[in-house]
Design a protein around this ligand. Sequence first.
Ligand code: AHG
Ligand code: MN
Ligand code: MN
Length: 342
Amino acid sequence: MPFLKTSTLVTIERHIAEEAAFHPEATGEFSRLLRDFTLALRILARDVRRAGLNDVLGMTDGMNVHGERVKRLDIHANEVIYRAMDHGGHLCVMASEESDGLMSIPDDYRKGKYVLVFDPLDGSSNIDVNVSIGTIFSIYKRLDETATTPGTLADVLQPGYKQVAAGYAMYGSSTQLVYTSGNGVDVFTFDPTIGEFLLTFEKIRIPKRGRIYSVNSGNAHKWPQGVRDYVSNLLRPSEDGLRPYSLRYVGTMVADIHRTLHYGGIFMYPSDSSSPTGKLRLVYEVNPMAFIVEQAGGRATDGRQRVLDIQPDSLHQRVPCFIGSEDDVRDAEAALVAAGDF
Ligand code: AHG
Ligand code: MN
Ligand code: MN
């Protein structure tokens, strides 16, 4: 995947303005919304880079709605994004992994026509050991675009195919923002010396098939039979040399999906006997990643149906997911059917 020859420095603001042509109904409000969001990402890129020095590592005493111990950086990231986005007048409501319910826009501020849902910090278990972590987000239009009242749960619980834009930031050796607004997937790399996100990859296309699978094999004893059969087959050497596949698993969804997007293959978080709907959350983890991977030419299902077609029932609903190269995801689905898991 060649780097773009960035003779013309394309900042994300310029890119969004140029993309506006694809969304004639999107007034400058959408561009200003994303500009505010990239401010939050710049702050988080700084804070993540300095985490070891800023004393924002470690656990809080709190548990989140999922019963998970919350890291201080999770809370910090949640607050940074909320404060960056609560006053711009573009949003009518927000929701996040770290908020039990809706995150309302303060009374003093105008209610806009967009909805923001996000995972402020993805990969929390990797924070303290300096392994890549990220932020995941999705943007929707509210159901009644003419309304000026606070947004509702119905505005948040929309099926993924209604997303206007989605993306993730990955705080790794550099900070990258991977973004789509339905016109392909573009990658921006943050240049801290000028404080800008610059276009570095354009219109990423995921390979139709890869040679890597990404799953937490520690759960293998609990997987449906079809997942076990599928993984066993990936490890069986084939005449054409396409198998065995390699296992790569970071444990940060953003990092595992980012690699899958570039190299192909499959990322899975299946259901298992102790988590019948899997672990990853539909609204602010799986849907945005599904939108991005589909826009890059890949496939994202719950093992049976397209993730983006699922009507969410609740904010923190979990869903099994099989995301990546089309041929690999279809092979996994076929193994589930063959084993009678569906
Ligand atoms: P978060 O840190 O936002 O809770 O997300 C963690 C998720 C996801 O990033 C990753 O793919 C998955 O948890 C890893 O789960 P396991 O440790 O169970 O494999
Ligand atoms: Mn997450
Ligand atoms: Mn998180």
